[in-house]
Design a protein around this ligand. Structure first.
Ligand SMILES: [Zn+2]
Length: 185
């Protein structure tokens, strides 16, 4: 009954997201990179977005960050917060400085922010991570929200179109709102 099967198969299939291993959170970074995804970036993040907006997979699978973590065999992206954490990064902001603020030589683009939000929406569905301030957050929010001390991390406190970095949680909310508008049903 091949013809029947064909008839019942919708022409345009919704992309199916296969469930992955359950994870606790997703941390969003910029890498201080140039947009051309490097070996170092692949070592530290599970997914990296290049200047072309395409997602590049890192060396370590998401599941490598499920404890027990094996030295050098997981994505070390956030100080003291790598267990059950997915790390995603925009490759940009090389030479950027917080005060006085400078975008550096390779500013982050709207294309990259859009790609980041699409990626995180997919990972949220795939790994069962709810979109909340505690579970999908920027690196800069880790210290104020989760009370895990970081070393003056300010990624991602500024988005294209902003004149200078803003409050980490306010900027995080902007990203989460954007992620929420991307549905996967
Ligand atoms: Zn970071």
């Amino acid at each position: 009954m091949q013809w029947l099967k064909k008839l019942l198969t919708p022409k345009k299939k919704q992309p199916v997201i296969k469930p992955g291993v359950p994870m606790s959170r997703i941390v969003m970074h910029w890498s201080a990179g140039s947009g051309k995804v490097s070996a170092l970036e692949k070592k530290h993040y599970h997914y990296i977005i290049g200047s072309d907006g395409l997602v590049v997979e890192g060396n370590n699978e998401v599941a490598a960050n499920i404890p027990p973590l094996k030295s050098g065999q997981y994505a070390a992206h956030t100080w003291k917060l790598n267990s059950n954490s997915i790390g995603v990064a925009i490759s940009a902001m090389r030479g950027a400085t917080e005060r006085p603020f400078s975008w550096g030589t390779h500013p982050m683009s709207d294309l990259q922010v859009d790609a980041l939000c699409r990626l995180v929406a997919t990972l949220s569905a795939k790994h069962g991570v709810p979109i909340t301030r505690e579970t999908i957050l920027t690196h800069a929010e880790v210290q104020p929200t989760l009370k895990v001390t970081q070393r003056a991390k300010w990624d991602i406190t500024v988005l294209p179109g902003m004149k200078k970095p803003g409050n980490p949680v306010v900027v995080g909310d902007m990203l989460r709102n954007k992620i929420k508008t991307i549905t996967h049903n």
